[in-house]
Design a protein around this ligand. Structure first.
Ligand SMILES: Cc1cc2nc3c(=O)[nH]c(=O)nc-3n(C[C@H](O)[C@H](O)[C@H](O)COP(=O)(O)OP(=O)(O)OC[C@H]3O[C@@H](n4cnc5c(N)ncnc54)[C@H](O)[C@@H]3O)c2cc1C
Length: 333
């Protein structure tokens, strides 16, 4: 039977949550067919190669033991030392052809969408992004998010092989067990497929805690008032071991980089706690944070829209409330 192939993004052998969510949805798709995974090996310069290899191999087996994958394919190539979207698309396409995969799934992350869109262009196949539910066809039927999640679209996907990305943080990760085979292979890559590639990694302003993966995010909006005003937000985020986020007004004003923006045109997050300081709660902002388990809103306006979506609300000046919370945390330690 034709397998379903899932691209699993990982950082040094640590799988990304959106990829595990994509795996969960992929398992619901084939109705008995096997789910197989692709890991692209990109050894980090400075990290011992054998150690890196062992870590990725451990992940490959873990995808079977905990996520129901029947075969994990590890792509290794000496030119692959960083993310290169064309090369990844070539690898995914070659493997899908070799396995005669009925569908390709990936996380609906920047990378996942980038790679699968390139596969679609290469294979002249339609791509459905940001899906939250799928059923095998033909034709494949699916539900996908539009307008940052404020609209759900029911659609049918025509074409030989279904290309699907899964909206991050919309499908809970479910565990499953399978005996997995691990295969290493060397893809055929052309020079031009390695032209676009990550050349350098720069640490985020959060000092290493990624906005997309952080358990706590402290976010500031126009109410913070200035670039310097974010010192209060950074302090609280630091005390909670969290990441700093912000609204689009803030990135447009140049107070924070775009990588900190939460929302429809920013990062979509699902932390345990989201603390929104001086943010009104526009739909485009909420599209990025509605996956949070708890929202604490701090706003001087009791009628701000975010207050309706918050689990906890504090009405008042963030410049007094945020330092008071930080002081209280310090006192408790
Ligand atoms: C196509 C499109 C895409 C967009 N994408 C995004 C996106 O990805 N992310 C995003 O955030 N926005 C996005 N926007 C913009 C969005 O519509 C809003 O304009 C933006 O989110 C508002 O940012 P804000 O809440 O910081 O500012 P405002 O709406 O101006 O709200 C500021 C809030 O701060 C409060 N406040 C002021 N002073 C204080 C104080 N001292 N203490 C406490 N509270 C105070 C005010 O009461 C108010 O509620 C998008 C818009 C469009 C059209």
């Amino acid at each position: 039977m034709a397998p379903v192939l899932v691209l699993v993004e990982h950082s040094n052998g640590e799988p990304s949550d959106p990829s595990l969510q994509a795996l969960t949805l992929a398992r619901s798709f084939p109705d008995g067919d096997s789910v197989q995974a692709l890991l692209v090996s990109t050894p980090i310069v400075g990290l011992e190669r054998e150690l890196y290899r062992d870590t990725v191999t451990a992940l490959a087996y873990d995808l079977g033991a905990r996520h129901g994958v029947s075969s994990t394919h590890i792509a290794e190539h000496e030119a692959l030392d960083s993310f290169a979207p064309d090369a990844w698309a070539a690898i995914l396409g070659q493997l899908a052809d070799r396995l005669n995969a009925s569908a390709i799934f990936a996380a609906g992350t920047d990378r996942g969408n980038d790679v699968v869109a390139r596969v679609a262009a290469r294979m002249n196949l339609p791509l459905a992004t940001n899906c939250i539910a799928v059923a095998p066809g033909p034709p494949v039927t699916l539900t996908r998010q539009r307008w940052g999640g404020s609209l759900l679209e029911e659609a049918r996907l025509q074409g030989g092989r279904a290309l699907i990305t899964v909206a991050p943080h919309t499908v809970p990760i479910e565990q499953a067990q399978a005996e997995t085979k691990v295969e290493r292979f060397t893809p055929q890559l052309k020079d031009q497929e390695l032209v676009v590639r990550v050349a350098e990694h720069v640490s985020t302003s959060g000092g290493g805690v990624s906005l997309a993966e952080a358990k706590v995010v402290v976010s500031g909006g126009r109410g913070v008032g200035s670039k310097e005003g974010f010192a209060l937000i950074e302090e609280l985020a630091g005390l909670l071991g969290g990441a700093v986020g912000c609204s689009r007004v803030v990135t447009s004003a140049g107070w924070r980089p775009h990588t900190d923006q939460v929302g429809q045109t920013g990062t979509k997050i699902a932390p345990d706690l989201y603390i929104a300081c001086g943010i009104s709660g526009a739909t485009q902002h909420m599209a990025g944070c509605k996956g949070a388990k708890r929202i604490l809103a701090i706003n001087s306006d009791a009628d701000a829209p975010i207050m309706q979506n918050a689990d906890y609300a504090v009405v008042g000046d963030l410049k007094e409330i945020v330092p008071a919370i930080s002081a209280e945390i310090r006192k408790q330690r």
